[in-house]
Design a protein. Sequence first.
Length: 123
Amino acid sequence: MTVTVRPLTMRDVFTLAPILASCRSEVQALAASLASGAQWETGLLGLLAVLERLPQLRAWFADLVGMTPEAFDEQPPDVLIDILRQLKERPEAGRFFSRLSEILTVSVAVELSSSESTAGQTT
């Protein structure tokens, strides 16, 4: 079965950012790999690694092809491979994952800065 992946949008940033932020160590490794130049490969492999831990990504993959998570569950595994191949072939996918990495890096830096400024304060 062949599916068509919709274009990546800002909605995907807001969907993926909290999911990926909840597993920071994987995201940090992903960001390091993205910096090495293997953007789409690393991004997709990182998502697959996180997929084992986070069922929310299942819903995101389903949404990419216009399915409900339940309908997506009934698809053959080839559908996920097809989604990944389509993302790989899109130049904007590499940019999307690179920008998402930047957003997460900035949000982690802001969070760390905020926690450092409140460290040692008593209420």
